[in-house]
Write a protein that binds this ligand. Structure first.
Ligand SMILES: [Zn+2]
Ligand SMILES: [Zn+2]
Length: 272
């Protein structure tokens, strides 16, 4: 299983000299199974570059999972090259608790916001309700409900006893949250790598309680409680510079020594 990051920024893409290291594209990761199955999570702006790479590799069978439909997780979809190709077979899996994926995507591809409608795309697209668990090729995927203002799912990918958890847009200690902290610990336990939203510092969080995001310290504590070998923080705030992210990573590294700590960055790859 190979994991590649194409977008790790939260809320809105950024492009300036201070965000080059971690990148400015909004959320998109690509997981490739050992047999070559392609599973994408979220269609933030990072999916544009991923689309070009899949076309170059001749990959026409694609699976796309949505954690939720906030703007920063769908805004790259109309610029995902494979949807304009007839040979593409795209299986979309999205939460169906508030709105269907087909509706959410068709709303943003409506005039005057976009000149082409979802229903006119040449690709063969099917829409599926995201269930608690699903299997794609040799990869088993489990999901958990995140604490976020709209229905959002976190994911666990498992192949041949190797696994990682990807929880973006999640407030681990949300007051009156849908999922208690102990359930997140149970869900993540046993995985090798945890990738988790750490959009805020503890100070900034005090003004953003209930916004559905976590802090560097909260997710480091979570990683420690689950026994993972590595933590990667993601959904970097659009106002966070590389320097700011590094300073906060250093701070949690001083406190936690039992697992590796890194910032997720556009272009990074992990093999399992
Ligand atoms: Zn987001
Ligand atoms: Zn969100």
């Amino acid at each position: 299983m190979i994991l590649r990051f194409y977008g790790t920024r939260g809320s809105i893409p950024v492009c300036n000299k201070d965000t080059k290291k971690y990148g400015g594209n909004t959320t998109c990761i690509c997981v490739e199974s050992s047999a070559g199955d392609i599973i994408i999570v979220d269609a933030g702006t990072g999916i544009r570059e991923l689309g070009g790479s899949l076309i170059a590799q001749g990959k026409a069978q694609i699976n796309l999972l949505f954690s939720h439909y906030h703007w920063d997780h769908i805004q790259g979809f109309p610029f995902f090259g494979p949807i304009f190709m007839k040979k593409t077979v795209l299986n979309i899996y999205g939460p169906a608790d508030e709105i269907l994926a087909e509706k959410a995507l068709s709303y943003q591809m409506t005039m005057p916001y976009f000149p082409t409608n979802l229903s006119n795309l040449p690709a063969n697209i099917t829409f599926n309700k995201l269930k608690k668990t699903l299997t794609i090729g040799s990869i088993k995927i489990e999901t958990i409900v995140n604490n976020h203002p709209n229905h959002t799912r976190g994911f666990k990918f498992i192949e041949n006893n190797r696994s990682f958890a990807f929880l973006t847009d999640n407030e681990v200690h949300a007051e009156n949250g849908k999922t208690p902290y102990t359930d997140f610990v149970e869900f993540i336990k046993g995985t090798h790598l945890l990738i988790h939203d750490a959009q805020y510092t503890d100070d900034i969080y005090k003004k953003k309680i209930g916004w559905g995001h976590s802090t560097f310290h909260q997710v480091a504590k979570l990683a420690g409680d689950t026994g993972v070998r590595e933590l990667m923080v993601t959904h970097h705030d659009h106002s966070s510079s590389d320097k700011f992210i590094e300073e906060n990573l250093k701070e949690i590294k001083r406190k936690y020594h039992t697992f590796k700590i890194e910032g997720a960055a556009d272009g990074k790859t992990r093999r399992f």
